[in-house]
Design a protein around this ligand. Structure first.
Ligand code: GAL
Length: 664
């Protein structure tokens, strides 16, 4: 399976045309027309290349059923074009007008408790509602017909952060249809869901429901299929709108913005349906690992884009408004994190939103133009960044980031593992992914992400932080990768279940046990917060296992002391490694560095000061300093910094949050 087919995509290159795009969501319907003129002046100052219009404009365009108010949008499209600004035009279907819910309550989603999600916020639509879909198609059709020939229009943005669930009656009917298609017969469904347990056998399709409030734990396979179904239904909504806009503008690319590591959408499948992959990214400026979170999301997004350029659709120029405490970005951080995204393959740096709102739920969320206005620090820094991106754009756009390491991630495995009734509620896949990616990031080893059934042939090292559920095909694929000479390193709770969340015999796939040299997996010993499992040379955290090796291992690192004393914590058999615990961060980094070195993978640059991130994009070297104290980086040879035009020989100084883009 290959989720993305870059060659068939209408590419982002056609939109960027040798630039790194710079702009943001523009919601001018909140402002009088005089402000639009002022906006354009400031956009020109900031060298904004592109804005996203229309994301939440449904009630402005269709104030009552069937009405169409396009004049304001005509004016804006023209205004943008007259000032050389491209438009990413969004279908407004993420937030239906109040009249829709009032006239058609069937468009409103229900949660598992049967409670309705009412209008008054946003994203209050049922993906299964035929009425919602009809209205969404109609407005998309008219929007596409009206602006198909408009010269400002360069990219379509469908909906916004698809993320809704529905447990209501229309969704129940759709769920049954989806299940019939997947299983064919009720017998097959009963088998896949293991309904013999707890007297859950179904005698008619009509009895099958989405997971609703139940007395005790809900059937895990039912929960798993509901996650798959939800992702598929939202994808149907996306496809329907995508196909409409494509009919009007076959030459223009289409995207929808992902949330980072969002569990509601199988992003591998979704990415394969988009022309341009885009993501919204909001690391916490106070999080010491905020930059690593950014790098992880950027690596994953680039991988979903088939390794090609991708779009940072949203980030914040300053604080967000949805954390408990919302911190601004200190001077320089907005630029640094934007350049990090460019380093890791982004050809577009966009924000939510252009001008900070004065009303509405997000009035305390920053914009590129903050409440402080043109003379505020936020806008000043936006102007500086716009100039930086304009300078490096022609050198950077379209270049690819190379990686020898693939980190595997799969939504099915995540959904199956993220349920109640597990050995440890402390094991959270995103945390585990972050821990493994962090080890590689701190070692300056650039990583792609991949689905376990993707072609892995080009990677020297494949890393599996955790794939709780693996299909037979995926398991065979991993074995074939190792047979063909690849190095595989796997974390615990991998290969435990099949595609129906049925536990494999022996508690772990026998083929994988043989691969790693495990005869018997006796018990899992999950760890409490603060508890460690001492091993020879490091402490394990989160999890430990009582494993009996089959004596074919070439190398083991044992647990030391306690119940597991002497048993293998880490096993290596040939080029296959198994880690039955999560080593503390320094130990995981050291181990993965050793494994990578043995596999022939080198860090981007050796001897980097702490806090300096190095990424190669094409033949350009990005150095990004995440610390506040000035440092000097040794980079042998003479290099030109594209940001400043300065030449550096052997030594490159970096100030607080400093960055250089070096060409040798
Ligand atoms: C995103 C969303 C934007 C805005 C932003 C605030 O989730 O797409 O519309 O709400 O968050 O951070």
């Amino acid at each position: 399976m290959n989720a993305s087919h870059p060659s068939q995509r209408r590419s982002l290159d056609a939109v960027t045309r040798g630039r790194v795009l710079f702009g943001g969501d523009y919601n001018p319907e909140q402002w009088p027309e005089e402000t639009w003129r002022e906006d354009v002046r400031l956009m020109r100052r900031a060298r904004v290349t592109s804005v996203t219009l229309g994301v939440f404009s449904w009630s402005t365009i269709e104030p009552e059923p069937g009405a169409r108010e396009f004049r304001w949008l005509d004016t804006l499209m023209d205004l943008m074009h007259d000032h050389g600004i491209d438009v990413v035009l969004a279908t407004p279907t993420a937030s239906p007008p109040p009249w829709m819910g009032r006239l058609h309550p069937d468009t409103l989603p229900r949660d598992a408790d049967g409670r309705t999600e009412w209008w008054g916020g946003r994203q209050h639509f049922s993906h299964s509602s035929a009425t919602y879909r009809r209205y969404a198609a109609a407005i998309t059709e008219d929007l596409a017909a009206r602006y198909a020939g408009h010269p400002a229009l360069t990219l379509w943005h469908i909906n916004n952060e698809y993320c809704t669930y529905d447990h209501g009656d229309e969704a129940a009917a759709a769920f049954r249809r989806w299940l019939r298609e997947r299983y064919g017969t009720l017998d097959a469904l009963n088998t896949a869901w293991g309904t013999a347990f707890w007297s859950q056998g179904y005698d008619t399709w009509d009895g099958v429901l989405p997971p609703r409030r139940a007395h005790y734990l809900t059937n895990p396979a039912q929960l798993l299929d509901f996650r798959r179904f939800t992702s598929d239904m939202l994808l149907e909504c996306f496809r329907a709108e995508r196909d409409i806009v494509r009919r009007h503008t076959p030459h223009l690319p289409v995207t929808t913005n992902f949330m980072p590591l969002w569990s509601g959408q199988d992003a591998w499948r979704w990415a394969g349906e988009e022309d341009v992959v885009s993501v919204d990214l909001y690391p916490d400026p106070r999080d010491p690992l905020g930059a690593q979170h950014g790098a992880l999301v950027q690596d994953m997004t680039r991988s979903q884009a088939g390794g090609g350029p991708w779009m940072l659709m949203e980030q914040a120029a300053g604080p967000v408004n949805w954390r408990g405490v919302n911190h601004p970005k200190p001077r320089g951080l907005n630029r640094l994190w934007s350049l990090q995204a460019v380093a890791r393959g982004a050809d577009a740096i966009h924000y939510f939103q252009w001008r900070q709102s004065r009303q509405g739920a997000e009035k305390f969320h920053s914009g590129m133009v903050s409440h402080a206005g043109e003379h505020g620090r936020t806008f000043q820094e936006v102007v500086e960044l716009g100039a930086d991106l304009a300078r490096i754009g022609p050198e950077v756009a379209g270049r690819r980031v190379g990686a020898d390491i693939a980190v595997l991630h799969d939504w099915d495995a995540w959904w199956a593992s993220a349920q109640d009734g597990r050995p440890s509620a402390r094991v959270d896949l995103p945390d585990v992914l972050h821990a493994w990616h962090r080890a590689l990031w701190e070692a300056h080893l650039t990583t792609d992400f991949a689905h376990p059934e993707h072609d892995l042939g080009g990677y020297r090292l494949v890393v599996v932080p955790q794939l709780y559920a693996l299909t037979d095909a995926a398991t065979d694929h991993l074995l074939a990768y190792v047979r063909a000479g690849g190095t595989l390193v796997s974390g615990f709770l991998t290969g435990v279940a099949d595609q129906d969340d049925r536990v494999r015999e022996g508690g772990m796939d026998a083929r994988l046990r043989a691969l790693f040299g495990i005869r018997t997996l006796h018990e899992w010993w999950p760890l409490e917060a603060g508890e460690t499992a001492p091993c020879d040379g490091f402490d394990g955290t989160l999890w430990s296992e009582e494993i009996e090796s089959d004596d074919t291992a070439d190398e083991t690192i044992p647990y030391v002391g306690g119940e597991l004393d002497g048993l293998p914590a880490v096993l290596r058999r040939g080029r296959a490694w198994y880690l039955s615990t999560l080593p503390e961060p320094d130990a995981l980094r050291a181990l993965l560095t050793r494994i990578a070195t043995d596999a022939g993978v080198r860090p981007v640059l050796a001897g980097l000061p702490a806090d300096v991130e190095a990424v190669r994009r094409g033949d350009l070297l990005f150095l990004l300093h995440h610390g506040r104290e000035p440092v000097v980086v040794d980079v042998p040879g003479t290099h030109h910094d594209l940001l400043t035009g300065t030449a550096h020989t052997d030594r490159v100084p970096l100030g607080r949050y400093g960055a250089v883009v070096l060409r040798s």
